[in-house]
Design a protein around this ligand. Structure first.
Ligand code: GDP
Ligand code: CA
Length: 322
């Protein structure tokens, strides 16, 4: 079993590549839930939805999020009532939010809700929320503290980032499902998701870093794919967030953030000259093409990641799994 950690669009692309080349039921994706919020009294899970829509082949290829071919009549009707519809929710997408909210209100755990969606969408992978407990990213900016979607969507991540907090994280618990997945993982992959607000919250769940560290110490290869190419995020604010928080905007900085956890990191050809510096952090670096423009790119990068893992396992002299 391979365990991938992912946020939304960037993470889902590599998770999809892994899903397409692995045998069924060999992939578990642990997904960030600190982007989750409530809108029109509905619980929205932007990253979880992106991951199961993507693996199900339903995601809108133009945006990477939402459902392909969806319509937006409900939002148009809301606007007729004077609503400022700053968050895009398609009509088909609404079905997910309606049912999720109803199931959660009737006492289901978020893990069970996602399981029901993945089963119904015939996704043969486990897609697990990082925790069943509510965690909410808050971004400190010159304009004040902003709820994550306010910063990211309503204000188009234009504000300078001075700090990031995950409200509720101290009380958040690792679920039994996530714990079992990580302790029995054959390898662990950090997808090319935003290191601060996508992978950051997953690693901040109390005990998560320790679980991954213990796996690595026991010889399980732990590999990240850098979301930064040539000093820039391919989309979104990861580069500006890194610099706002006092880091370099580089693959090296990503490697540094994950430093005790990784056996290796995959970086783009464009960042080849960073490889030697990354290796001073005590991890291996693989240089390859990391830009995923289509399904073939996703599969190729996933294959490169799996080959890198196989080499690391061999180099470590420890054979784990098959
Ligand atoms: P979000 O939650 O939808 O913002 O998505 P993620 O946090 O999962 O991913 C955002 C990150 O994905 C950004 O920092 C991008 O640089 C990165 N990203 C997007 N597409 C690619 C790609 O094709 N290759 C790599 N290496 N990174 C990517
Ligand atoms: Ca996200």
């Amino acid at each position: 079993m391979i365990v991938a950690l992912a946020g939304g669009v960037g993470g889902a692309k590599l998770a999809h590549g892994l899903y397409r080349i692995l045998k069924p039921n060999e992939l578990t994706v642990v997904v960030n839930t600190a982007d989750d919020f409530t809108l029109y009294d509905l619980r929205i899970c932007p990253d979880g939805d992106t991951v199961y829509y993507t693996l199900a082949g339903l995601a809108n290829p133009a945006t990477g999020w939402g459902v392909a071919g969806d319509t937006f009549e409900t939002l148009a009707a809301l606007r007729r009532y004077g609503e400022d519809t700053w968050f895009q929710l398609g009509d088909r997408d609404f079905a997910t939010h309606l049912l999720r909210t109803q199931w959660l209100r009737s006492g289901w755990r978020l893990t069970s809700v996602w399981q029901a969606f993945t089963n119904a969408l015939q996704v043969r992978a486990r897609i697990l929320p990082m925790s069943d407990d509510r965690v909410a990213t808050v971004v400190r900016t010159p304009a004040g503290e902003l709820a994550f979607q306010d910063y990211f969507v309503r204000r188009h991540h234009a504000d300078e980032v001075l700090g990031v907090q995950f409200a509720g994280i101290e009380e958040a618990q690792i679920t039994d499902e996530v714990r079992k997945a990580i302790t029995s993982a054959e390898s662990i992959v950090f997808c090319p998701s935003n290191p601060i607000v996508s992978i950051g919250p997953i690693l901040a769940v109390p005990g998560m870093r320790e679980l991954i560290h213990a796996a690595r110490t026991a010889g399980v290869p732990v590999v990240a794919v850098s979301p930064i190419v040539g000093g820039r995020a391919l989309r979104g604010p990861a580069d500006r967030m890194l610099s706002g928080l006092g880091h370099e905007a580089s693959s090296f900085a990503v490697a540094e953030l994950y430093r005790d956890l990784l056996s290796g990191i995959v970086i783009d050809h464009e960042d080849q000259e960073e490889a030697a510096r990354i290796e001073t952090l005590g991890m291996h670096a693989l240089v390859t093409r990391t830009i995923m423009e289509n399904d073939a790119d996703r599969e190729q990068l996933a294959a490169d990641v799996l080959n890198f893992i196989a080499k690391l396992r061999f180099a470590g002299g420890v054979v784990v799994g098959e």
